[in-house]
Design a protein around this ligand. Sequence first.
Ligand code: URA
Length: 288
Amino acid sequence: MSEFADILTDLKDHIQLMKEMGQRTVEISPEVWSAWTAPPRPARQVQAAVPAQVAAPPVQAAPRQPFRAPTQTVSSGKKVYTPEERVAGLAEIAKEIKACSECRLRENRTHEVPGQGNPHNPDVMFIGEAPGAEEDAQGLAFVGAAGQFLTKMITAMGYTRDQVFIANICKCRPPGNRTPAPDEMATCFPFLKRQIALIRPKTIVLLGGTAIKAILNTQVGVTRLQGQWSRYEDIPVMPTYHPSYVIRFERGGISTAAELKKVKRQIWDALKSVLAYLGKPVPTPKKK
Ligand code: URA
């Protein structure tokens, strides 16, 4: 298949996904629109242009991916905050979360869990579902068993937990660690939205189905979307499996060792894709 056919197939796949995710319109810049709608150039000129375009840019040598990673930062026109504004803004949000009693999750929580880490345009912001028992006890995101696996993911990428930001869709623990209800997610989501606007991470990694549902506004599941780039508020978003999913496997629950290996590989591939986008080298794993 020619490179142009590949591009068209990718575009078709991408539009299909957007449609499934509920998107009904696409934004086209004036430049692209005028290029698309410009009258065709005379045949002579087209022929003359072809040889120059045939030389493939280096990216074309890479193996074909169903969706391409974003190649440039999109200028979002969003407000850029000073470090002081960010710190003050996040403190204000944390205060509001503490005072919030908008949903039933308030009733059983010990501590609210706003999220923590580097608020100053970190390379990566990780977003999970909601606090568990340990997070509820400490008021910190991802400090229990799932948090230990997340720490491994962060370390494998060459970061420390302090260099990234870690947060959840819901800021209070659902009783018995059940999945948050849609109204609980909807009530809490504005806090996260404001946090993202202040923090402006360079990329977002979504951990599991709840985060995917809330951020990408879709019913399409993690199995379909994991490893595929999306965007939220002009920030490149990489969905992957929730660390708890891996832990459930490891505790001997839900499937075979081969399946566990596959899921871990898929998570690592997603993280490597994030590193590639950020232009960071993939660290070599330390020998045990
Ligand atoms: N699971 C989550 O989604 N978030 C946490 O903070 C802990 C476990």
